[in-house]
Design a protein around this ligand. Sequence first.
Ligand code: ADP
Length: 421
Amino acid sequence: MAPFLNLLRSRIWTLTAGIALTLAVLLFAGPKAIWWLLGLGLVCAIAERLLTPPESRASLPAQRPQNLSVLPPLTQLLLEELPMPVLLLDEDQRVLFVNQWMRALLGPGQERKHVSAVLRNPEVLAAVATAAGGGQANVPFTVPVPIERHFQAYATRIHVDPPVTALLLHDLTAIRRSEQMRADFIANASHELRTPLAAVSGFIDTLRGHAKEDQTAREQFLDIMSIEASRMRRLIDDLLSLTRIEMNEHVPPEGRIALGDLVREVAAALAPLAKPDHIAIEISADAELPQILGERDELSQLFQNLIHNAIKYGRENGHVWISLGQTPEGQVFATVRDDGEGIAPTAIPRLTERFYRVDVKRSREKGGTGLGLAIVKHIINRHHGKLQVESRLGEGSSFTVLLPPAPPENAEKTEAIPAVT
Ligand code: ADP
């Protein structure tokens, strides 16, 4: 219906259609039918008047035209470059100017449209009305689709001649998201700590109560309490690591590291953990591997997490293969592969989220905190590297870390490479 009404409102179309209809009626129905036609024309004219909103009528070029000449060119340039969406309205509440950020938000071709046709949010329209009346307004609002976005709208009247209403939007989406993430993180961390804490408190009560004199139960409960206390310690250690790594994420690493040696050391330190399940760890490395720029402790932690995961989620009597080399593009790679349970394709994109586990029960049984791969991701970011995960359910997984090679030792210090996320 709306396109038809728009067509009706278009005067050129109405005129052309009218002439065509008149000729058709004269040709086929004879001169008498011209009275019917005139009646129909009258009805159409009244309908067009009723269907056209008053603000659209006010916009016709014959009405008071207002243009950007009220603003000096430098102001216009500044507004165009201002890194926030800006919209200026003339006295008839029609769009006089939109800068590039507002164009990106509303789409092109908004000039001369009435504000009500451009912005739908009632709070923003009320703010604009307040500003047009000489006041100022500052209102928060949310655009729910296609992706939820949060803004603060500031509307004010600018006293040039003739006056202009300005609407500025402050995009709060990133701030809101990080607030939400922080709140979720605190909620998750508290929940993770509460579970072992509840177990320890429960056993303390039991030991004070009916198990007081039961030597066997006491030994058993103390063992469980020790496991739960270790779980809490690991969780706190991982939380502190994650915070420290995040804080330094923007600082380029400086040490020169021979990755092959470092990975061998880490694998040797973890070998006792592979023993109970008879998992064999095999390492192969290119002899001519270039050094990388890195933070030794962080890289050790990165490979500890990957190799430990390969052991934890590996198969009894299975293998962990670690291979190091250089890609054709010159990146240094280290792949940790296992022949364990594998990971479903839908879970792979979520692996580096904090506290994400494919199987919570299994991760807990294996002493996991759900933070290992989040730590891996942040260490890789700091080292301007990349993580690639490949997996097949029931066959195993491979985690590949790609890192840029260090520049030659005598090369001049260059600018930091932009972070790859
Ligand atoms: P966790 O402490 O639970 O091991 P991580 O952040 O290290 O936490 O890993 C997140 C989840 O990813 C794990 O809980 C596990 O479900 C899955 N995962 C990680 N590595 C592997 C692997 N090599 N094989 C199978 N699943 C894995």
